[in-house]
Design a protein around this ligand. Structure first.
Ligand code: C2E
Ligand code: MG
Ligand code: MG
Ligand code: MG
Length: 293
């Protein structure tokens, strides 16, 4: 009996190996094709900007996050999680980030009201931030668009602090001196050194959706959220909860003093033009009235 079992295991082992070889070959081919296609995506104007509005406790729109998608000629709309990691490996993420940043600044300068309390957030990959010339690029885009830097928020992740934290903090300070604000995205999922965090010119923490999903039922996640909010508030940061989908989640977060919300419960990411039309049709409210000047 023992011999038979071993024989089967070997058979299975061999079958498994063959299966992996096929799968790996397919994946490598697919990856290679996608990599080539991504190279052309920018030239062919295939990137699309989506915007997801964020709201405060009262439900007033206070800003939006810029989220990129790739309109692939045959595969259709590809979400960022399916091509940003590849773009990071190939370095393409720099060009993609530049495109999003330019588009965000153009949008800021075109908003139909003097959005005194309205900001756009842009995801900046660590590679892009650390690219020589990043600061100059940001300055150039601001100058060309005429956007007010005080309405631009750059979302960075904890991974940015792994290499040369001193240099990163100094560069952040240079940008912060222009009026740009910084937000830590997906907070709690990376390796944060709290001692570095407190030395960064930070304004905002975004609590990752994975912590929001199961509140308040999951006691661990609830405790984590409570701790993050308390810490953030002690350090003077605004907190944005990501991925808020239910009223129960919203109530729990609101009871802990969470200031801002981004999630399907309020607004889904919308294609650029649709979002812009929607914004244009809004009645100015106290938060985003046209200033008298
Ligand atoms: P992120 O920056 O954490 O963005 C939030 C993600 O959560 C977005 O996914 C958004 O659509 C999604 N989301 C928001 N509210 C809800 C909700 O209530 N339910 C659910 N299920 N999802 C919600 P998206 O657009 O697929 O983007 C995924 C990630 O791709 C982003 O995560 C960000 O890390 C990256 N990304 C997107 N655009 C850019 C970009 O322009 N540059 C870079 N470097 N990365 C980007
Ligand atoms: Mg983000
Ligand atoms: Mg996030
Ligand atoms: Mg996230």
């Amino acid at each position: 009996e023992a011999d038979i079992a071993m024989y089967r295991a070997k058979q299975n082992g061999r079958n498994t190996l063959i299966f992996f070889e096929h799968e790996m070959h397919d994946r490598i081919t697919e990856r290679f094709t996608l990599e080539q296609e991504l190279r052309n995506a920018l030239q062919n104007d295939e990137l699309e900007l989506y915007l997801q509005s964020q709201v405060d406790k009262e439900g007033t729109m206070i800003g939006a996050e810029c989220l990129v998608r790739w309109m692939h000629p045959t595969k259709g709309l590809i979400p960022p999680d399916d091509f940003i990691p590849l773009a990071e490996e190939t370095g393409q993420v720099v060009k993609i980030g530049e495109w999003v940043l330019s588009k965000a600044c153009q949008t800021l300068s075109q908003l139909p009201f003097a959005a005194s309390a309205f900001s756009l957030s842009v995801n900046i990959s660590a590679q892009h931030f650390q690219q020589a010339g990043f600061i100059d690029f940001v300055k150039q885009v601001l100058a060309e668009s005429g956007a007010d830097p005080r309405h631009l928020i750059l979302e960075i992740t904890e991974s940015l602090l792994i290499q040369q934290p001193q240099k990163v903090i100094a560069d952040m300070q240079t940008l912060a001196d222009l009026g740009i604000r910084f937000s830590i995205d997906d907070f709690g999922t990376g390796y944060s050194s709290l001692s570095y965090l407190k030395r960064m010119p930070l304004n905002e923490l975004k609590i990752d959706k994975s912590f929001v999903n199961d509140i308040p039922d999951d006691a661990n996640d609830s405790a984590l959220i409570q701790t993050i909010l308390a810490m953030a508030h002690h350090l003077g940061y605004t907190v944005v909860a990501e991925g808020v989908e239910t009223q129960t989640q919203h109530n729990f977060l609101a009871s802990l003093g969470c200031e801002l919300y981004q999630g399907y419960l309020f607004h889904k990411p919308q294609p650029y033009q649709e979002w812009l039309n929607n914004i244009a049709s809004l009645k100015p409210n106290k938060a985003n009235q046209k200033s008298p000047d």
